[in-house]
Design a protein around this ligand. Structure first.
Ligand SMILES: NC(=O)c1ccc[n+]([C@@H]2O[C@H](COP(=O)([O-])OP(=O)(O)OC[C@H]3O[C@@H](n4cnc5c(N)ncnc54)[C@H](OP(=O)(O)O)[C@@H]3O)[C@@H](O)[C@H]2O)c1
Length: 169
């Protein structure tokens, strides 16, 4: 295992290598910038998963503020990107993957929420909290809609894990 950790290798790449070696699996990678051309990104994802049985979809993608600020200080670019990545991104990737799961009558979708939306009021990450509030309700509704179709949907609500997401540190 230690042999896989090359100097300068990103943790994610190390993890990918570990999975390939230990589980004997193949990994397909699609690079999508969720702040960019989302239609093109979703098209690439649809193309990549064609013919694959996607059993589990984990919608981990998410951004927050580079640093905490009050709502009147949030500029248009940040506001748009938060909604685009956190709300539109998760919704559209789910929409791309769901038909295959429905056809096979099985699948699991895991969305990532946040304690600032579901447990305590955010201070001051309001737009981020709002987008995660969407993820929470989106997940509940999907769960109800698809539970009889063999698809399980859940929202994992995370507390503060690192300063990277919250403050870009
Ligand atoms: N950390 C916390 O305290 C906390 C608390 C509550 C909820 N969450 C949620 O947990 C999830 C994971 O966050 P994390 O803490 O693990 O932070 P992270 O390491 O920054 O993960 C965010 C993920 O989103 C991807 N991403 C960000 N911007 C993107 C873009 N424009 N296009 C494509 N991918 C993009 C990142 O990809 P790259 O690695 O390639 O940049 C990364 O895989 C997020 O949904 C976050 O909102 C985190």
């Amino acid at each position: 295992m230690a042999g896989l950790v090359a100097e300068g290798l990103k943790y994610e790449q190390w993890l990918v290598n570990l999975l390939i070696f230990s589980l004997q699996i193949q990994i397909k990678t699609v690079v999508v910038d969720f702040t960019g051309d989302l239609s093109e990104g979703i098209r690439k994802i649809r193309e990549a998963i064609e013919g694959l049985d996607v059993g589990v979809l984990i919608n981990n993608v998410g951004i927050s503020y580079p640093y905490a600020r009050f709502f009147h200080e949030v500029d248009d670019e940040l506001l748009n990107n938060l909604i685009k990545v956190n709300v539109e991104g998760t919704s559209k990737v789910t929409q791309a993957v769901l038909p295959g799961m429905l056809k096979r009558k099985k699948g699991a979708i895991v969305n990532i929420g946040s304690s600032v939306a579901n447990v305590i009021p955010s201070d001051p990450l309001y737009v981020y909290a709002g987008t995660k509030g969407y993820i929470d309700q989106f997940s509940r509704c999907l769960y109800v809609e698809y539970k009889n179709s063999g698809i399980n949907v859940q929202c994992q609500v995370m507390y503060m894990e690192s300063l990277e997401v919250a403050f870009g540190m």
